[in-house]
Design a protein around this ligand. Structure first.
Ligand code: BDR
Ligand code: CA
Length: 316
């Protein structure tokens, strides 16, 4: 693969942690910054989790705290509900306290400003990989429009052409901040969208988690971190494993053959009685030929799981 300079905007998060494991093991992905948003949990927790996971993985990049809430909608309530159920109360499958307290301080800059700083200084164009609500990315685009030309691509986990997991046809990362998503989708920066159409097929089975645990201490931690996540997907959806949504953009950067992409025009439903936050996808309009957006419609589960096992083995 060709070398890439990336910023990961995350709401760590169990599957965010798996995405970080994948990215941290790839020598051709240069992680310039980790910026954190609320989403799976409150931003103080997702930031601390990101610091802990970065230190576990030896990712030497600044970590910044970002948005505490969506742009328009009220702050989320993290005292219960699906987020803590899937990701554990601590956001790391209830095993986060096995990791040492972070040594490196959180950046003095807020997430959008750290994005701006590292993009300005980067030797090449930068790819933003976003795996949480898009509030930080939107705030960056609104605050620093002159830097958009230096962003090669936004590769994001979010949305769905069909189906949803937050509400009727609404996926969580987009549905938690539809206005931020609209800012991102209206920007001229090319986008590759990894939504539920592709991500739901990429689950890790219990047997594969055991195989991952045998690769390294990092693999063993991730296996346990994924336990409540796997249990919830089994109970609620009768799914055969824990779905690694957030790994897809990273897996695609490592190996483009892991997913099938289709050109699409996407806009965000901001009103809908049933579907505020839906990614409305048009595959057939005259505009599709000019679109700067691709959406993943399928993914190669086995290839992507193999990348995770290989990545776990990297952390000896
Ligand atoms: C997305 O929501 C979060 O719970 C996951 O981390 C992922 O980014 C899936 O809809
Ligand atoms: Ca996430």
């Amino acid at each position: 693969m060709t070398e890439k300079y990336i910023i990961m905007d995350v709401d760590t998060g169990v599957d965010d942690s798996m995405a970080l494991m994948l990215a941290g093991a790839c020598k051709d992905l240069h992680i310039l910054a980790l910026t954190c948003t609320y989403g799976n949990n409150e931003v103080e927790k997702t930031t601390r989790n990101t610091q802990k996971i970065a230190e576990l993985l030896g990712i030497d990049a600044p970590v910044a705290m970002g948005a505490v809430r969506p742009m328009i909608d009220p702050p989320m309530d993290f005292s219960g509900g699906l987020g803590p159920m899937i990701h554990g109360l601590d956001g790391l499958g209830n095993v986060g306290d096995r990791l040492q307290e972070p040594v490196h301080p959180v950046s003095e800059l807020k997430a959008p400003d750290l994005m701006a700083e590292v993009i300005r200084k980067a030797p090449e164009m930068v790819t933003i990989v976003a795996t949480g609500p898009l509030t930080n990315v939107a705030a960056f685009l609104l605050s620093w429009p002159e830097l958009a030309d230096k962003v090669e691509l936004i590769a994001l986990m979010g949305g769905a052409a069909y189906g949803g997991n937050l509400a009727f046809t609404v996926e969580a990362n987009i549905g938690h901040d539809p206005e931020a998503a609209a800012v991102v989708f209206h920007s001229s920066i090319p986008k590759v969208v990894f939504g539920l159409d592709a991500t739901m097929g990429v689950y890790i089975t219990d047997e594969e988690r055991v195989a991952m645990a045998e690769k390294s201490a990092v693999g063993a931690f991730m296996k346990d971190c994924l336990q409540p996540y796997a249990d919830t997907y089994r109970q609620l959806a009768n799914w055969p494993g824990a779905v690694l949504h957030d790994s897809l953009p990273v897996a695609w950067l490592i190996d483009p053959d892991t997913v099938t992409l289709k050109p699409v025009v996407i806009d965000i439903e901001l009103n809908g009685r049933l579907n505020r936050g839906a990614t409305v996808c048009d595959f057939n309009s005259n505009h599709t030929a000019d679109t700067n957006t691709l959406i993943a419609m399928q993914a190669d589960r086995e290839k992507i799981i193999a990348l995770h096992l290989e990545a776990a083995g990297h952390y000896q």
